[in-house]
Write a new protein. Structure first.
Length: 492
């Protein structure tokens, strides 16, 4: 019931006479045991995050490195945690953290939530009884109470006092501390290898390996669980090619495990389809010429090996088998299709390499007249358009004619007015630098999206007559990079 006056309280009591009893306070409610129960609620010994029960430690010493709350994080589960999982700290510090977050808002937005202390108390009361991450709840409740929306990015968690930021202590395989700090993303990056070693040291009991293209892995689940120091650790089994051997590996990340499994199944197909692939290699001379062109375009992967792997990957599709029955069905279909995939890839790459060779020659002839940054950009773009990952991706490859035409038009304009091209290119340099910094932390899907946006943005700036597939601009690229940067921070 929502009781906001004496009249409503009396009406509520009148509805059910037994309600009067719940308003009475008894001696046991003020006893030492009851107070201990309250303290355990406000400052618990453990914090539950999903299936994990993590130990907490407290210290009240302003200025000390470990002032506030410290949570123990076993390295083996580090990949499962995000800073946002801890943004509520503990119930005993929630109100103070909410008030401090409100104080970090820009002045114009602070007026919306004034007076701050009273507003913080109301927000805390609304949030405390609900599950969920703090910032989304704050945003929703502020909008509900005031009608004004404040974006999560407006709150500056990094400006809070140290005791209102969770401190993380990373524990190694033997339980000893590896490092501690208040930036979980930084700790995850600095100790990624230790975290992976701890994950790999878990008792996953993967089984099976193959060298002859037979399915020797039983039924592979998409997720397995084990325990490390009493904590549930989740992994994702996948086939992994290790030289000439295909074996089961367990990966901490589901998306990366899925990509690994597709590649592993493709490698197993390559073992099983030796006769069919031998027939496909009858174009040895053409494969040799394309291999030379691939090396000239910066390839490090042998072209013939890439051709086989890509043809097998095309047979696998997006739903690779995880048991013997579906493997048998895939193998039968691949025997009929792998030759056609091999031939199509060879023809597509040969045509692309021929066009790329012409563009590379023209770029080299223009290079003495260009700023080094522009010459480097032309070379980098051509390598990105003709790289192994691009040519193996049917969706990307379908767009190559547009992108290569746009590059051709840019070279035509460069020949007449290099200064104008520089004026267009210079504003892109900071964005390209940001993209390079972010690249290693992006998922496969995010890297693909970023690659696509860069090609479309180059069309918009250097060859608008080709027309972009969707609206793009430098401002939209900034927003995309901001989105990816935020995702990287959350993931870490």
């Amino acid at each position: 019931a929502r009781i906001t006056s004496r009249r409503r309280l009396l009406a509520w009591l009148k509805e059910d006479p037994t309600r009067d009893a719940v308003l009475g306070m008894q001696e046991r409610d003020a006893s030492h045991a009851a107070l201990e129960s309250v303290e355990r609620h406000l400052f618990p010994e453990t914090l539950r995050v999903g299936e994990l029960e993590l130990a907490l430690h407290y210290r009240f010493e302003p200025g000390a490195e470990d002032d506030g709350v410290t949570v123990d994080v076993p390295a083996a589960v580090l990949h499962r945690l995000e800073a946002a999982d801890f943004d509520r700290l503990v119930p005993g510090l929630l109100r103070e953290r909410v008030a401090a977050l409100l104080k970090t808002l820009p002045k114009a937005q602070r007026r919306i939530v004034s007076p701050l202390n009273e507003f913080a108390q109301s927000l805390t009361a609304a949030i405390a009884a609900r599950d969920g991450r703090l910032l989304p709840l704050l945003v929703a409740d502020i909008e509900r109470m005031t009608g004004s929306r404040i974006e999560p990015a407006a709150f500056r968690s990094d400006e809070l006092p140290a005791h209102l930021q969770m401190r993380y202590r990373i524990l190694g395989v033997d339980g000893s501390p590896l490092a501690a700090g208040r930036d979980l993303a930084l700790l995850a990056r600095q100790h990624a290898r230790a975290a992976r070693r701890a994950f790999d040291a878990a008792d996953w009991q993967p089984g099976g390996e193959a060298r002859d293209g037979t399915w020797a892995f039983g039924t592979l689940p998409e997720e397995v669980r084990t325990s490390v120091d009493g904590h549930v650790v989740v992994g994702h089994p996948a086939l992994k090619a290790d030289g000439d051997t295909i074996r089961v590996a367990v990966h901490p990340d589901a998306a990366q495990a899925a990509a690994m499994h597709r590649a592993g199944v493709a490698a197993l197909l390559a073992q099983a389809l030796t006769r069919e692939l031998k027939d496909a290699r009858r174009h040895a001379a053409e494969i040799g010429r394309s291999g030379l062109q691939a090396r000239a375009l910066g390839w490090r992967t042998p072209f013939a090996d890439w051709l086989v792997a890509s043809a097998c990957a095309a047979c696998v599709g997006t739903d690779p088998p995880r048991d013997a029955a579906t493997w048998t069905a895939l193998l039968a279909a691949a025997r009929r299709a792998v030759g056609a995939h091999h031939e199509a890839l060879l023809q597509r790459t040969a045509a692309t390499f021929a066009q790329a060779a012409t563009l590379r020659q023209r770029s080299a002839e223009l290079a003495p007249r260009l700023r080094p940054e522009v010459a480097d950009d032309l070379r980098a773009q051509l390598e990105a358009l003709t790289g192994p990952d691009t040519l193996a991706d049917a969706a990307r490859a379908a767009q190559l004619p547009r992108y290569l035409r746009a590059l051709d038009l840019r070279l035509n304009r460069l020949a007449h007015d290099p200064a104008k091209d520089w004026r267009k290119y210079a504003p892109l340099m900071p964005l390209l630098a940001r993209s390079a910094v972010l690249a290693d932390g992006l998922t496969h899907a995010q890297r693909g999206r970023l690659w696509y946006w860069w090609q479309e943005l180059r069309i918009a700036i250097f060859a608008p007559e080709v027309r972009t597939a969707e609206p793009v601009s430098t401002r939209r690229m900034e927003i995309l990079l901001d989105e990816f940067a935020a995702a990287c921070n959350d993931a870490r």
